[in-house]
Design a protein around this ligand. Sequence first.
Ligand code: WT7
Length: 631
Amino acid sequence: MNTTLSSFDAYAEQYQKSIANPEDFWSNIAADFKWRKKWDKVLEWDFHKAEVKWFVGGKLNITENCIDRHLPQRANQTAIIWEPNDPKDEAKHITYKELHEQVSKVGNMLRAQGVKKGDRVCIYMPMIPELAYAVLACARIGAVHSVVFAGFSAGSIADRIQDSGCSMVITSDGSFRGEKKLDLKSIVDEALEKCPTVKKAIVLQKLKINVKMKAGRDLWWHEEIAKASADCPPEEMDAEDMLFILYTSGSTGKPKGMVHTCGGYMVYINYTFKTAFQYRDGQVYWCTADLGWITGHSYILYGPLSAGGTTVIFEGIPSWPDMGRFWQAIERHKVNIFYTAPTAIRSLEKAPLSFVEKYDLSSLEVLGTVGEPINEEAWHWYNKNIGKEKCPIIDTWWQTETGGFMISPIANVTKLKPAHATLPLPGVQPAVMDENGKELTTNGVEGRLTIKFPWPSMARTIYGDHKRFFETYFSTFPGKYFTGDGCKRDEEGYYRITGRVDDIIIVSGHNMGTAEVESAIDEHHEVCETAVVGYPHDIKGQGIYAFVILYHPPKDEDKLRSEIKETVSKIIGPIAKPDKIQFVSGLPKTRSGKIMRRILRKVAEGDTSNLGDTTTLLDPAVVDEIKAGAL
Ligand code: WT7
């Protein structure tokens, strides 16, 4: 289907069609792909059971659609541009033909180690081409990839491996991060002590540092790949077979392994990529996310590659060697579409403008943001200084669970409103609910954001825990998918996401469960109890504020604070370190023992003038102490 939309009316018409007859709409789009066998039925669903199936009975392999399908016309077109950590090193251009060869070899390397359809493979690697090859190789042979962001701790890796019973890990000896070197293999080694299901670990030599290789388990990538042939027939997958698992934080308990399946995911990610960005053949597209997050899965790899596009993979960080790193790479690769996070924009906005002005950004045509609400100031800075007021900003609202964009402007079609994700994409049917579970059907309303009809790339379950899937997403508003976000719908029908309404905070665009951070802090031997809330943070969007009860009065508060931060960093990873730690003698609890987070949020926000009703607290005096000690 032609995804070029020439006008707003064309969007409105496409939207209407998608709602009036979703099955026709999506089967028209799906018809563009290579199916080994066509589906028997487009859709089966029951939100009361949290069950959804798309393209039932269809058979395909997503890598055949992302790679092989393009070879007749695009063998020598660049599929991936790899920009290294150090700008002094050379970038790599990987053509579709080379990508085909590399993915096939890695696929055979995995097959040679006994990996087969349905097996789970954990991937813990830096942002290098081999990471992309590994992910796609899993998809090619029907193994389920579970990518773990290479900033997570040994404990977090072990939890994820155990939860999904991975039989293999693919990693590297280490990675660069700006001027730092990280020793990834030793982190994996520590994790694997607790992971008996892992039979093999494949280790890529990246830093060429000394690592321990465990006999019988660990294999060098370069040795194994040398034995692998470049002929790797793709596994035939059912549309509803698992493609990958990706973990995301929950408001309670351990991270949830969101399960995405092959057929619907492919169709939806391809459609939304082409539609929202209005991607045209030949454009260079750069999404700055890490492949360890859903943004990387959907909109670095599967979206652009399924569209036959050219996608940039960036190994480095925006601030090294200096704050011009992004802009330098845009100039170098003549990037046309640039997609990043508000937190990155806010941190770069603080640097002198000379870092931007040094580079030629005239190749840019479309800008995007993702991960959290973008504040108006950052929006205007991005628009003025990066887009030079000629590039639309595509503020894409979506989630790990949704797989792809849900509410988003369409480049050069949708009239923009700063800080608004604007309108639902075709196929997406949002409903705003009030607290009593009633749908607010008019415009000019505020409430909780739900989706009332399935879309092809929605997560199908939580790995190993369908009950939790149902309870988390489908029980709050029966018959609807609950996003966990609050939103406003203005008089024009435009959506503005106001943020999470559950105990999840978004720190630098990353989803973090307060419960998870609390239990990590509690691991410190001096800590008795903790409550964590989010508070507005200049750069990160939300910062982590921890209220901590200790067993003994601290001798050295600052030392203890850094120890606690280290503990969290060790247990979850550096991204979960609390920004502020306030020691308190008690927490505001109701008589039934529930922490009143509303009060803590107010204190953390620095707004203690009106804390609301505190009479139901067990010990109202504790609030005065907390207020007095606020940081
Ligand atoms: C949560 C999902 C989607 C990939 C990255 C994050 C927030 C995401 C926006 C946006 C306002 C946004 C929501 C959502 N969020 N994009 N454009 N405007 N909020 O994926 O880690 O699953 O987090 O991120 O609160 O629920 P995630």
